[in-house]
Design a protein around this ligand. Structure first.
Ligand SMILES: Nc1nc2c([nH]c(=O)n2[C@H]2C[C@H](O)[C@@H](COP(=O)(O)OP(=O)(O)OP(=O)(O)O)O2)c(=O)[nH]1
Length: 346
């Protein structure tokens, strides 16, 4: 286990399976006598000595529901430590996708093998908080809201040859597909970027906006911090003014920045601030946009991603259709510029 997750001896490590089929999610219900009783829960339980989190996940799901998930696609969401006062837990959370046959077999199973109630619920109702869960699960729900395909805007400099570069930037990004999740990175001065982002989001209120932390746009879903800012925060936390109300997406390129991201994620949890919902980890492959950056390749990318305590999105030379392949290496999702939006016409 990575150093960042090293927990105190009294911490109970728990494997948590966020079992789903399309937008339906499986919840158990904790009996009154259990810790955090009378609440819904994701299926899971304690990781035994010498057991990996994935092994524990498969065992617990089988013991509690009879569902065999050994070969089901699993996506690491993250790890989080939570202190309930009477008990300190470290949840190791994976999303497990059931296929249509498994879902058909279990969708009417109202009771688990340990007598607990089982319920399939819609993702929307789950996220909206209609099913009371233990407090630590708020972060899991925030992770589940992170889009798994993220478009990164072109920088303003890509339109430098246009008569009016800012108008050209706006005209291009106005053509994004409906409800695109987009990291609006203009790489220009803060005032100009703020105006452009506000204008775009006024024209396209359906866009799910991820906005750099320096930009004070009126609307945003997520605030983004680049690696430089993340490391500056780690060196001197008071030197960086970070949005406390919105979820954070962080950019990382190496081990040191992932450790800083884990530190910030835990600090946000400890202080009850809006959580770190993900990392953009790059570059996986060579890209035309950053020809000077040396690619990590999938093997090194995967090892770094495993170190992160939050969902990790792969970036660098990818295509939206590569989400499944990326998931095999531990990615929550994929992001990119060129292949993720309409072609540039200047
Ligand atoms: N299974 C599960 N446990 C969760 C979730 N969220 C959360 O904070 N927990 C906590 C509650 C418990 O303290 C711990 C899970 O422990 P457990 O279910 O194996 O063990 P337990 O002590 O409740 O029951 P037992 O097996 O000892 O009878 O993790 C969740 O979504 N699912």
């Amino acid at each position: 286990m990575p150093a960042s997750s090293a927990a105190q001896p009294s911490t109970v490590h728990v494997a948590v399976a966020v079992i789903c089929h399309q937008a339906r999610y499986l919840l158990g219900f904790r009996a009154a006598h259990q810790h955090q009783g009378n609440r819904y829960e994701f299926v899971g339980g304690k990781i035994e000595a010498n057991e990996t989190p994935i092994r524990a996940l498969c065992r617990e799901v089988h013991e509690e529901t009879g569902i065999v998930i050994d070969n089901s696609p699993k996506r690491k969401l993250g790890r989080l430590q939570h202190d309930y006062g009477d008990k300190r837990v470290c949840l190791h959370v994976y999303e497990v996708r059931l296929d249509a046959v498994q879902y058909a077999e279990h969708q009417h199973q109202a009771q688990g093998l340990e007598g607990q109630t089982l319920t399939w619920v819609d993702k929307e109702a789950l996220i909206a908080g209609r099913y009371p869960l233990p407090a630590a699960n708020a972060t899991i729900l925030a992770w589940l809201e992170l889009p798994s395909v993220i478009t990164i805007s072109y920088p303003l400099s890509a339109f430098a040859t246009a008569r009016d570069p800012m108008q050209a930037w706006l005209a291009h990004h106005e053509r994004l597909a409906p409800k695109t999740a987009v990291y609006l990175r203009l790489q220009t001065d803060v005032a100009a970027a703020t105006t452009a982002i506000d204008t775009l989001l006024h024209l396209r209120p359906d866009i799910y906006a991820i906005v750099p932390h320096t930009v004070h746009a009126a609307t945003r879903e997520i605030t983004h911090l680049n690696q430089r800012t993340l490391l500056a925060w780690q060196a001197a936390p008071d030197s960086v003014d970070i949005d406390s109300e919105r979820p954070l997406l962080l950019s990382c390129h190496d081990e040191a920045s992932i450790d800083a991201a884990n530190q910030l994620a835990q600090q946000r949890l400890n202080n009850g601030l809006s959580p770190v919902v993900g990392l953009l980890l790059s570059p996986v492959c060579a890209t035309q946009t950053h020809p000077d950056a040396s690619p990590l390749g999938w093997a090194a990318w995967s090892a770094l991603a495993a170190r992160a305590d939050v969902p990790v999105i792969a970036l660098g030379g990818l295509h939206p259709d590569m989400a499944e392949q990326a998931a095999d290496y531990g990615a929550y999702g994929v992001a990119g510029i060129r292949e993720f939006q309409p072609a540039l016409i200047i």
